[in-house]
Every structure is written in structure tokens, then in C-alpha cells.
Design a protein around this ligand. Structure first.
Ligand code: C5P
Length: 307
């Protein structure tokens, strides 16, 4: 048996860093949203072990989160084996959650292939063993995410629009960006619970206010580590991108428009170096997206890689 699953990228529409936790991770409050740019995974049964390959040889080692997710599912299933091939489109070290999404797609894909019947909560807990962003991708769609990334509140009313996305060529290590943020802000350690949540309901007004008023707390530190990020934000704003901001810990930046024509016009006006990559893609709103081939095929259809 063999299946093909699609692993979408995400954007952080806002990202507040609430403080450093005693375990060294940072407490976050963020709005995550999947987009129509996706990796593709082919998952095939084999008698035992994990055989992993990747279109990018630099990411093909056994440490890849997708291979580690497969090993976890073999453990959960009490045996079995899998051959995985990962076709990468989402740039790594870009704050788009590509590796985490690949891992979640393996967890949900094998759960389906092997009819294990594990609940999303269990898959998310398994995903949290692999990385802070994995639990979100088990659900997909749009969600408020808190804790270190493992507390997911899906929002029933995702944004409907298009996104212009720039990857300015550089790759940032998440831990390094958080450490830079902590060094610059004093990064106080949280000892008594969390500050009040920023989004409390799943309603669109609350979500839109948060999107309008809040930015990405890691953006300043990331721009100092990689000045290309600031240049990419300037380029997006000059081309007419309102509320341009960075996703996650960088280095990708984005803006959102109401429709395809406005996003395509910004994409056309953009003046960026040839080695940067630009995509014009829809915000994909289906919470069942993670791992579903139909949505991924739609991504292929919608995704416009300008270069
Ligand atoms: O969980 P993940 O492997 O994605 O995290 C990579 C690094 O980013 C962690 O080792 C940690 O330094 C930092 N991080 C953090 N707080 C978070 C998520 C990640 O400090 N909520």
C-alpha cells in the first residue's frame, strides 16, 4: 500500500513571545495559518525499519523529522516498516514550519494507512516529542497556538485571501533567534502562569483585530542576525504590501491581500535579487488539509513560483 500526502507551510499572522519558561523554551501566543505551498510525501509500506529519501540530499539523513515521525509511528503500531520519499518545496530555516509539517503529515498519514485510530490529541502529543510546531500541523487550518506551541485552539473562521511570500535566501536557526531575542529584551523567566490570552474566542472580529494590531516579536532580533529580512520587508512594502511581516523565527516575510489579482500585482511590482524566491499562494482554509491529497493538488495548481 502506498499513499501520497501533502504537507502545507504555515504563516504566523502574529507572534507574541510572552517570556522564557523554566524549561528553557519560550511561552508563545501566536496565530498560525496554513498556506497553499506544500511539500509532498510518498509513504509506502515495507516489512521493517524506515527507508527515507529526499529531493534535497542535504535533508536526507535519518535525523529528518519525517523519518523520526515514521519511527515513532512504528513504535505506536508495535512494529512494521515504511519507505518515505519527501519532495521538498518549502524552504528550510524560513519560519514556515516545513519540517514540522512533514512530520505531522507522516503521523496522520500512517495513522490512516495502518488504521491505527489514534485521536488527533494523541498524534499532537507524539508530534510535540519532535518539535514545538508539529502539534499545530496535525490540525492544520488556522489556530491560536500557546504554550511552547503544543496548546492548539482551532479557529472556525480562518482568513480568506492570498499571500505574497518572499524567502530572502538566508536560513535562520530557531534557537539562535530566540536566544538573540532573550539577550536583547532581558528575556524574563515566567514563574507564575501566563499573561492573559490575546485571542480569547474563535470569532473573526477578534482575529482581525489581533492581525491588525500585533506583529512578530522575533522580527527585530532576526533582522539584526540576517539584514536581508529587513530588505525583504522593505521590498514588500514598496511593492504595496500592507502589514508586511516575518513568519515565525524567519527568514521568510509575507503580506496578505483579499484576492488573487492584488497579490499577483504586488508580486509583479516586487524588485528583489534573482536568488530570492517569491510565491503568490492562497491561504488554504480547510482544517482537514494536513495530509489530504486533494488540497495538495490544489496547492500545485494555485502555487505560482515566480522564478
Ligand atoms: O521545538 P523546536 O525543536 O522547534 O525548537 C527549536 C529551538 O527553538 C529550541 O531548542 C528552543 O531553543 C527554541 N524554542 C523556544 N521556545 C519555543 C520553541 C522553540 O525557545 N516555544
Amino acid at each position: 500500500m502506498r499513499i501520497t500526502v501533502f504537507a502545507p507551510a504555515k504563516l504566523n499572522l502574529y507572534l507574541k513571545v510572552l517570556g522564557r519558561r523554566p524549561d528553557g523554551f519560550h511561552a508563545l501566543d501566536s496565530l498560525f495559518h496554513v498556506i497553499g505551498l506544500a511539500d509532498t510525501l510518498t509513504i509506502e509500506e515495507r516489512p521493517a525499519g524506515v527507508d527515507f529519501s529526499c529531493s534535497n540530499p542535504a535533508l536526507a539523513g535519518p535525523d529528518n523529522l519525517a523519518a523520526r515521525a515514521a519511527a515513532i509511528m512504528i513504535r505506536e503500531a508495535g512494529g512494521g516498516g515504511v519507505r518515505l520519499h519527501l519532495d521538498k518545496r518549502i524552504p528550510a530555516g524560513a519560519g514556515l514550519g516545513g519540517g514540522s509539517s512533514d512530520a505531522a503529515a507522516v503521523l496522520t498519514g500512517l495513522n490512516r494507512l495502518w488504521r491505527l485510530g489514534l485521536a488527533p490529541e494523541r498524534l499532537a502529543a507524539l508530534g510535540a516529542e519532535l518539535g514545538s510546531d508539529v502539534p499545530f500541523f496535525v490540525y492544520g487550518g488556522c489556530a491560536r497556538v500557546t504554550g511552547r506551541g503544543e496548546v492548539i485552539q482551532p479557529l472556525t473562521d480562518p482568513l480568506d485571501g492570498w499571500c505574497v511570500l518572499i524567502h530572502p535566501g538566508c536560513h535562520l536557526d530557531t534557537g539562535r533567534v530566540f536566544r538573540a531575542w532573550a539577550a536583547e529584551t532581558g528575556g524574563h523567566v515566567l514563574t507564575e502562569g501566563l499573561p492573559e490570552p490575546i485571542i480569547t474566542t474563535a470569532d473573526a472580529t477578534c482575529r482581525d483585530r489581533a492581525w491588525a494590531e500585533l506583529g512578530n516579536d522575533l522580527q527585530g532580533a532576526a533582522c539584526r542576525l540576517a539584514p536581508e529580512i529587513g530588505l525583504a520587508l522593505d521590498a514588500l512594502r514598496k511593492a504595496g504590501g500592507a502589514r508586511a511581516r516575518m513568519s515565525g523565527s524567519g527568514s521568510a516575510v509575507f503580506c496578505i491581500t483579499a484576492d488573487h489579482a492584488s497579490a499577483a500585482a504586488i508580486g509583479q511590482r516586487l524588485q528583489v535579487p534573482d536568488r530570492w524566491r517569491v510565491w503568490v499562494v492562497p491561504l488554504v482554509c480547510d482544517p482537514a488539509l494536513s495530509g489530504e491529497p486533494t488540497a495538495g493538488q490544489a496547492c500545485d495548481h494555485w502555487g505560482v513560483d515566480k522564478r
